[in-house]
Design a binder for this molecule. Structure first.
Ligand SMILES: Cc1cc2nc3c(=O)[nH]c(=O)nc-3n(C[C@H](O)[C@H](O)[C@H](O)COP(=O)(O)OP(=O)(O)OC[C@H]3O[C@@H](n4cnc5c(N)ncnc54)[C@H](O)[C@@H]3O)c2cc1C
Length: 323
């Protein structure tokens, strides 16, 4: 028999956004259900050192932080489900969602916190060097490369912003782009070309992340010229891949308004989506900051927005019944 769970607040995703929404939702008495998806704890479970989440003087571990967040959410009354949503019906309230397990979730409000995964080049050597020099987030990891030579791979706004950001820590930043022009906005390009700490390598593709040393870390990137095919090498200790992100929104296409990059559109200053009663928080609606703390912040906002939405809906229902 198909199991059905009904709740005032259903939360999709168990990263910092989803779990923060769960903590606030539970403390508002909404007994939220969190559907955790295939990555319980979200992206921070894939990293080690986290040094910028407030409240901890010493470096903490990403997986530990997420375990604590989940324990806190459960402690105040949120329920975790090990399932992944595969179908949504947002045409009427209560909304109806279907899990991979076949379980049906019926909810008065829906908080979407499904995140956005960084795109990688897809090289085996890149995979092997993740956490040892290969990164997809300069804001997260740039600080660990103080005084070291680093490279950024990409040619859009994010790549240029990451290169500029890294000059706060490194005097030698190389931007590697596989074409001979950048896609980034003109103003960003002007700042890039004016920065003496940044060198641009045109028409170069990264073909290998080279490890070395003990403990092993990135020591170089092997490059292939996209015009001549010539191979070369650049010595760097940090290689930042900045070629975009995939927001996890395929499920909502045609059901909710998405922007040109497939992020969920929200009303400015809120987490309200194009469907009343559906709220979005964290990286799935934020292509600018993409940090654990901003995800947690908007998770809190989503729960408060949902709680207010329910209070208004309940009030209207009582008023209508009294007419
Ligand atoms: C390697 C690495 C290191 C990082 N380091 C830092 C750092 O030091 N400091 C920092 O502030 N930020 C860091 N970040 C960024 C930070 O992890 C993200 O900004 C943050 O995790 C975003 O939180 P989120 O809750 O929006 O989404 P995520 O953490 O991406 O969580 C998304 C959740 O949605 C779930 N999900 C997806 N689809 C479905 C579905 N269909 N049904 C149900 N659930 C679903 C997933 O299982 C997951 O639980 C790092 C990121 C990476 C990848």
């Amino acid at each position: 028999m198909t199991a059905t769970h009904s709740t005032r607040m259903l939360i999709l995703g168990s990263g910092p956004a989803g779990l923060s929404a769960a903590i606030y939702g539970a403390r508002a008495g909404l007994a939220p259900i969190v559907v955790q998806g295939v990555q319980p704890g979200g992206q921070l479970t894939t990293t080690t050192d986290v040094e910028n989440y407030p409240g901890f003087r010493e470096v903490i571990q990403g997986p530990w932080l997420m375990e604590e967040m989940q324990a806190q959410a459960e402690h105040v009354g949120a329920q975790m489900m090990y399932d992944m949503i595969v179908d949504v019906d947002l045409t009427q309230r209560p909304f109806r969602l279907t899990g991979d397990s076949g379980t049906i979730y019926v909810c008065d409000t829906l908080v979407i916190a499904t995140g956005a995964q960084a795109k990688w080049l897809g090289l085996d050597s890149e995979e092997a060097m993740k956490g040892k020099g290969a990164s997809a987030c300069a804001t997260c990891d740039g600080f660990f490369y103080r005084g070291k030579k680093v490279a950024v791979i990409g040619g859009g706004n994010t790549a240029v912003e990451e290169a500029l950001y890294l000059t706060n820590h490194s005097h030698d930043v190389t931007l590697i782009h596989r074409r001979d022009t950048l896609r980034a906005e003109k103003i960003l390009q002007e700042r890039l070309f004016a920065n003496p700490k940044i060198t641009v390598l045109w028409n170069k593709e990264v073909v290998e992340f080279v490890g070395g040393g003990d403990p092993e870390g990135l020591v170089a990137l092997k490059l292939k010229d996209s015009v001549t095919g010539d191979l070369s090498q650049i010595d760097v200790e940090g290689g930042f891949v900045a070629i975009g992100h995939h927001p996890a929104t395929e499920l909502f296409r045609g059901h909710l308004e998405l922007d040109e990059d497939s992020y969920i559109t929200v009303e400015t200053g809120t987490t309200r989506t194009s469907v009343p009663g559906v709220f979005a928080c964290g990286d799935v609606m934020d292509k600018v900051y993409r940090q654990a703390i901003t995800a947690a912040g908007t998770g809190c906002m989503a729960a408060l927005d949902a709680e207010r939405f329910l209070a208004e809906a309940d009030f209207e229902a009582v008023a209508q019944a009294a007419e």
